[in-house]
Design a protein around this ligand. Structure first.
Ligand code: DIR
Ligand code: MN
Ligand code: MN
Ligand code: MN
Length: 302
């Protein structure tokens, strides 16, 4: 289907400045042209507008909550409009708090269309903190909890009703940093987590087979790709690197297996911070992986 690129230059949910430069880093790395070269009809909608980063301390467990809400409201509307127009939205982040707005819109659209939404969360982190347990107050550590109904009304009810999704709809891959109380919440809510230990033992092929099991023609797959999913040795351009991540070959396999389902309907690319990068290498890697998400493969399977 045709694709719309939506720039979401936000770092209000993060603990470092610079993720707001992610959309342009992805454009400069050639994201649009790479998709066009694959025969995809691409429209770049430019960047959404939103409040500046006041860079203030957390208040009652949230840093910049009003700003996070404003950005996510704008993104929810933009995402929903593209889905209604029959286009696949690709969110160019921006920090991961934007997953609240994008996925709230996708969930609403799926409900209206009678489609089954499944969320693949590629990340080093579970992003399931709440204001009570967050060690940082950064909302980019909370989007999955918010989407599942745990969080402030302004975020959990962004789309009207809460929760936007059920924890069972979320499948997380690459996880290796979960805070103490966050761990308890993840278990309590039974999120399907494939952590690095699982990947080490089962291998990425079997991990992805498990995470993608049951997908059918009525499934809408939303991929939320936090680039800290990747090992910092190949993806240094992120604010919260965690060692021991997914390597290049594993990442390619993840993207190719998602492409093989033919069911990806929306995508977030988040947490890219070009200020911390090495000559835009992380953005270029992200573009390389997105090509695979859109079916690029070697001769073997063409
Ligand atoms: C940590 C870091 N769990 C927090 N989180 C994320 O502050 O809540 N880093 N998402 O990318
Ligand atoms: Mn994340
Ligand atoms: Mn992360
Ligand atoms: Mn390439």
């Amino acid at each position: 289907s045709p694709v719309s690129l939506i720039g979401v230059p936000t770092d209000v949910g993060a603990g470092h400045r610079g993720a707001g430069l992610g959309p342009d880093a992805l454009r400069i790395a050639g994201l649009g042209d790479a998709l066009t070269a694959r025969g995809v009809d691409v429209r770049d909608l430019g960047n959404l507008a939103g409040p500046r980063n006041p860079w203030t301390a957390p208040v009652q467990g949230y840093r910049h909550l009003d700003e996070v809400v404003a950005w996510n409201r704008a993104l929810m509307e933009a995402t929903y409009a593209e889905l209604q127009a029959g286009r696949m939205p690709i969110m160019l982040g921006g920090d991961h708090c934007l997953g609240i707005g994008s996925i709230t819109a996708v969930a609403r659209w799926c409900r209206e269309q009678g489609k089954d939404l499944r969320v693949l969360w590629l990340d080093a982190h579970s992003d399931f903190n709440t204001s009570e347990v967050t060690p940082s107050g950064n909302v980019h550590g909370m989007p999955v909890a918010c989407l599942c109904g745990l969080g402030p009304d302004a975020l959990t009810r962004l789309g009207g009703d809460a929760p936007a999704i059920r924890p069972q709809q979320v499948h997380q891959i690459g996880i290796r940093s979960v805070d103490q109380e966050e761990k308890r919440l993840i278990k309590q809510h039974q999120v399907d987590v494939y952590d690095m230990r699982y990947i080490d033992e089962a291998g990425m092929k079997r991990t992805m087979e498990a995470a993608l099991a049951g997908i059918d023609a009525n499934t809408h797959l939303h991929v939320s790709f936090d680039v800290d999913f990747l090992d910092p040795s190949i993806a240094p351009g992120v604010g919260t690197t965690v060692p021991g991540g997914v390597n290049y070959r594993e990442a390619q396999l993840v993207m190719e297996m998602i492409a093989d389902t033919g069911r990806m309907g929306s995508l977030d690319i988040v947490e890219l911070n070009p200020l911390l990068d090495n000559r835009n290498a992380t953005a270029e890697l992200a573009v390389d992986l997105v090509e695979s998400l859109f079916g690029k493969s070697t001769l073997m399977r063409d």
